[in-house]
Design a protein around this ligand. Structure first.
Ligand code: AHR
Length: 362
């Protein structure tokens, strides 16, 4: 596919910015394995970085033999997202034979749609999307399909009328993560002789409509049915950010004085919740009144567990750069790729945090 980059790309991207202010194989990876189901060149050139409200787009001019990848990222809402961006930028480098056009959607799907149209206009070789939400992709993916540009979905899933609109997806089994959180809580209560206690839970949900929110909420809800003495007092979105997580937790603490467990659908919201709990003069963690269950297992979550604030973090692995690279290399070689590729993940409780933390890659 033709590459139109360098100054032309930069000018074009800026124009858009301003205007719009096979089954069950395994794919090896440096981070962790991927279980499958069928189915920059970022030259960190500051002059090429756009920090307008609509998008934050970076591109670079690499050799003419390089593959041009347009990547639409969700945003920079969490530590997980930062690690994911670093993984993508660290993989799609000039040295690895790529030219990356990176676009930060600032958690807005409309920005992602603009970015994808821009990538189509630039005639990139591959479009990679980490979608904010699952729905709303049919029209723009039809446009990419018509243009003959393969689309790879990473991290969260999409819900489209025709699965041929994307080549494949690689990411986490978010529902399984929800199941794992409930299994951990059941085991923890049993170990502490609290199996028959009435347990009151609140949930800080992620961005409503994102796969990470849908899967984790559904997974927890489904498994909780096995424990009739557990009650979900309330669920509210903290939009995957620490500040919103803190705000929502403050309101939960005002509404309920009998919260036993907080389920935060990512680590950053858990950090906000912990701040709110402490500010209210309450305690949390293994030796506190409120049990904190989180998702992602980023470095700061391990630090929080070591500090005695968080009880457990269910892993969500963000190191997708090498996985997407492997997919692209297979497609370039004319090989087929598995349609759905699930990353294998673990559960990290506080008692193992000090030992595990030094081994973590993000
Ligand atoms: O889609 C993955 C989720 O998005 C991570 O759990 C969260 O931290 C991020 O914002």
């Amino acid at each position: 596919m033709k590459k139109v980059l360098g100054l032309v790309v930069i000018l074009s991207m800026m124009t858009v910015m301003f205007a719009g202010c096979g089954e069950n194989d395994a794919v090896a990876d440096t981070g962790s394995n991927v279980a499958t189901e069928t189915s920059d060149t970022e030259s960190s050139d500051a002059a090429q970085e756009d920090t307008t409200e609509a998008n934050d787009t970076e591109s670079s001019d690499a050799g003419s033999d390089s593959l041009v990848v347009g990547f639409s990222q969700v945003g920079a809402e969490s530590d997980w997202r930062t690690a994911n961006t670093e993984s993508m930028k660290g993989t799609f480098t000039e040295a690895n034979g790529y030219e990356l056009i990176f676009s930060d959607a600032q958690q807005k799907q409309e920005n992602q749609i603009k970015a994808v149209r821009n990538f189509i206009q630039q005639e990139v070789d591959y479009i990679v999307i980490a979608p904010v939400t699952e729905t709303g992709w049919d029209t723009v993916l039809n446009e990419a399909y018509e243009a003959g540009i393969p689309v790879i979905i990473v991290d969260r899933m999409i819900d489209v009328s025709d699965d041929n609109l994307f080549e494949c997806w690689v990411g986490s089994n978010f529902k399984q993560e929800g199941y794992d959180a409930v299994s951990w809580l059941a085991g923890y209560l049993e170990e502490n002789g609290r199996t028959d206690e009435e347990i009151n839970i609140v949930t800080l949900q992620g961005t409503i409509g994102s796969s990470a929110q849908i899967g984790r909420t559904e997974g927890v809800e489904e498994k909780m049915a096995d424990y009739p003495n557990w009650t979900m007092l309330e669920r509210q979105s903290g939009e995957f950010t620490q500040s919103k997580g803190q705000e929502v937790m403050e309101s939960f603490l005002k509404s309920y004085d009998d919260i036993d467990v907080v389920i935060a659908e990512n680590d950053n919201m858990a950090f906000g919740a912990i701040d709110a709990i402490k500010a209210a003069g309450r305690t949390c963690g293994p030796d506190g009144e409120i049990t904190i269950i989180s998702f992602d297992a980023v470095q700061a979550a391990f630090a929080s567990m070591i500090d005695g604030d968080m009880n457990v973090s269910v892993e969500c692995n963000p190191l997708h750069g090498p996985r997407v690279d492997e997919i692209i290399q297979k497609l370039e070689a004319g090989s087929s790729v598995d349609k759905l590729q699930y990353v294998e993940e673990g559960v990290f409780p506080a008692e193992t945090a000090a030992e595990i933390m030094p081994t973590r890659a993000y």
